[in-house]
Design a protein around this ligand. Structure first.
Ligand code: ATP
Ligand code: ATP
Ligand code: MG
Ligand code: MG
Ligand code: MG
Ligand code: MG
Ligand code: MG
Length: 297
């Protein structure tokens, strides 16, 4: 390419390279979704259509970027975990964050009509859930590096605990408003200083709601990951010394990385063929991770 006298301006560009050998987590969050959700009439406290839309957009991102091992979503946010050894975009922070955010946003907008089925055209101005340029969904994003397996697990646990705390609060708050006839201010006042057991009690005694029977998608959030039948082979040790048994001392701890090079190669190949699934399960306890050693790379 020809050089021009202007080219020196490139020297002003600065790339931030994310720390090697760490798990990169990109978290995206909807901008002003408090407002957006009321604009489009999301049902409170949880509109399942909006949550499914988030999950579809996240699935698209996971499929488009195979280096992502797992994603966790709640409300208007999603966290994407990249393999510790990823060299995606030479680990350039801007490239990674902006690519994840814009891929997510594009898919979110693309899938909108699928998740919010539009009423048959009536000739009049469409209302309600029709996407409108006055209120287009946008997302922000950030990347954080976690240097140990324990840090990464704690990060994901933090998000899932947050989901639980917020959802219990919101479920009680909206029960007081929608079924209890309270104003939002009164409900907020009523819940001040209450602990979890108080909220469970309010739900049960006043509204006959057993919180534990609320849908798992609301209580636990959504986990998007590649699922394939590797665990049997690994845990039965068919693969000889390379098999990783569920009781391998490295599993679920922060102390070592028990994945051998050959197993890592196998995982890389399988990852491309694996099915991407969405589940609403506990990722705080070890069980989820012990059953899926490939999510540890
Ligand atoms: P910011 O731009 O700072 O993120 P925000 O308004 O998006 O501001 P958040 O803390 O991200 O604030 O909260 C997102 C809000 O979006 C929730 O409080 C909730 O009101 C709404 N929301 C998100 N998803 C849903 C859903 N599935 N159903 C109902 N409401 C939702
Ligand atoms: P990267 O992901 O690294 O940016 P890239 O393929 O997008 O890779 P660019 O250097 O950004 O590479 O170049 C963009 C390319 O997109 C151009 O080389 C050209 O081939 C194509 N392109 C962009 N806009 C147009 C257009 N309006 N008409 C035809 N081709 C276009
Ligand atoms: Mg925010
Ligand atoms: Mg938000
Ligand atoms: Mg949020
Ligand atoms: Mg380009
Ligand atoms: Mg270009």
């Amino acid at each position: 390419m020809a050089n021009s006298k202007y080219e020196y301006v490139r020297n002003f560009e600065r790339d931030e390279i994310l720390l090697p050998n760490t798990w990169i987590v990109v978290r995206i969050d909807g901008r002003g979704f408090h407002k957006l959700s009321s604009y489009y009439g999301f049902r409170k406290p949880n509109d399942p259509r909006a949550l499914r839309l988030m999950n579809r957009a996240a699935t698209h991102v996971v499929l488009a970027i195979p280096e992502i091992t797992i994603a966790y979503g709640v409300s208007d946010e999603y966290s994407f975990v990249l393999q510790r050894d990823t060299t995606l975009f030479d680990r350039r922070k801007d490239k990674i964050v902006t690519t994840v955010v814009s891929s997510f946003t594009a898919a979110y907008v693309f899938e909108w009509n699928e998740c919010f089925p539009q009423e048959a055209a009536t000739g009049s101005q469409a209302e309600g859930t029709t996407l409108n340029t006055e209120m287009l969904p946008t997302f922000d994003g950030r990347a954080v590096c976690y240097p140990s397996w324990e840090n990464l697990r704690d990060y994901l646990s933090w998000r899932q605990v947050d989901c639980h705390i917020n959802n219990l609060y919101n479920t009680t708050f909206w029960a007081l408003v929608q079924q209890g006839g309270m104003t939002q201010t009164a409900a907020e006042e009523h819940l001040k200083g209450t602990v979890s057991s108080d909220k469970n009690e309010i739900l049960w005694s006043r509204f006959g709601v057993n919180y534990n029977n609320e849908p798992e998608m609301y209580r636990k959030g959504s986990v998007v990951f590649r699922e394939y039948a590797l665990e049997d082979e690994a845990s039965t040790g068919k693969d000889g010394k390379e098999g990783m048994a569920a009781d391998d001392p490295g599993v679920g701890t922060a102390t070592s990385d028990p994945i051998s090079k050959r197993q890592a190669d196998k995982i890389r190949k399988a990852r491309r063929k694996a099915k991407v699934v969405t589940e609403h399960i506990d990722i705080i306890r070890d069980e989820f991770w012990v059953q899926r050693p490939w999510l540890r790379s």
